[in-house]
Design a protein around this ligand. Structure first.
Ligand code: PEP
Ligand code: MN
Length: 341
């Protein structure tokens, strides 16, 4: 249920109403826009009488929210949420309009030289964050499983060397303590509905990059975000990374129309992963440009210094030189879309 308050009412009056509603057993999500204040009611609202709430002199409008995602819903929070990532020196990295924020790096951390070399190169070209998997969710148990703790250490070294904040995937609650100095925790497609993990992230105090599952609907993605938000963590970035379909000329099918859909349904930032979506390096550039045009808030791209030798996802990895060319193109597109890159 959403309670839109009248213009110009005082903060104390809002607090008083919120306290009263809380005493009726619901959670309250307050959102203050430029002109309006909104109270989002979460939990079991069946005991709340909308009619008597409408009669309250502070209340402009009362609406029941049909969608099962409440806190992630744009109706609860009409302004865009901006996810801020502090950096050691300089301004925060920000996800959300008007920024088009670029995350780049290898699929997997493979060695110090590999990671730091790629990190330096992508930073020079304009990437704002470094990606790299230390714990890898591989389809085959015989494939490279990632460097584990050592991989996290190398990411932290690359962060110190370049100043780029880092994002890396968490697969199990057991690894959480290793992620203390990781800037964004990635929840991969295969864990999008690992509800125990999502609940834990609700109180981990870190921004989350939540990737859409291989065969999950957009609404299921929003419900997974809701799990994290219900636990108290509202710093979530959603990521479209392609879904399964019948055609296999690409690794997955990039669902670009989900971008405007999500931007309308939720206030959370939305980015696109053109690397996993297509599975092939030459398609990364057109799909990255398309993501920008579709209204995404950024991209996450796999970059490898030697894709032919990569231990994971070489086929879809672009080289630092190709990344540099991509950034040049994206800057032109960003200008047309009034985005900051
Ligand atoms: C990744 O980003 O390294 C990854 C494994 O992605 P996804 O979960 O989207 O497959
Ligand atoms: Mn990968």
């Amino acid at each position: 249920m959403i309670v839109v308050l009248k213009h110009g009412i005082k903060k104390e009056e809002v607090d008083e109403l919120a306290t009263h509603l809380k005493s009726l057993g619901v959670g309250i999500h307050e959102s203050f826009g430029e002109n309006t204040a909104i109270l989002g009611l979460v939990g079991d609202t069946s005991g709340i009488d909308a009619e008597s709430l409408r009669a309250n002199h502070l209340v402009e409008r009362v609406m029941r929210v049909q969608e099962p995602y409440k806190m992630a819903n744009r109706k609860f929070h009409p302004d865009d949420t901006l996810v801020h990532i502090p950096t050691a020196e300089g301004p925060d990295v920000v996800f959300g309009a008007p920024n088009f924020t670029i995350i780049a790096g290898p699929c997997s951390v493979e060695s110090r030289d590999q990671l730091t070399g790629i990190a330096r190169a992508v930073k020079l070209s304009g990437a704002r964050m470094l990606r790299g998997g230390a714990f890898k969710p591989r389809t085959s148990p015989y494939s490279f499983q990632g460097m584990g703790c050592e991989g996290i250490d190398l990411l932290l070294e690359a962060k110190r060397a370049t100043g780029l904040p880092i994002v890396t995937e968490l697969m199990s609650v057991k690894q959480l303590e290793l992620f203390d100095n990781v800037d964004i925790i990635q929840i991969g497609a295969r864990n999008m509905q690992n509800f125990d993990l999502l609940k834990e992230l609700g109180h981990c105090g870190k921004p989350i990059l939540l990737k859409r599952g291989l065969a999950n609907t957009a609404k299921e993605l929003l419900m997974s975000a809701e799990y994290i938000m219900a636990g108290g963590n509202e710093n979530i970035i959603l990521c479209e990374r392609g879904i399964r379909s019948f055609d296999n000329f690409t690794r997955n099918v990039l669902d670009l129309s989900v971008v405007p859909f999500l931007k309308r349904e939720t206030h959370l930032p939305v980015i696109v992963d053109p690397s996993h979506a297509t599975g092939c390096a030459w398609m990364v550039e057109p799909m990255a440009k398309a993501a920008l045009a579709a209204g995404a808030d950024g991209i996450i791209v796999e970059v490898h210094n030697n894709p032919e030798r990569a231990l994971c996802d070489g086929e879809q990895s672009i080289t630092p030189a190709q990344f540099e060319a991509l950034m040049k193109k994206l800057r032109k597109y960003a200008a047309i879309e009034d985005k900051d890159l």
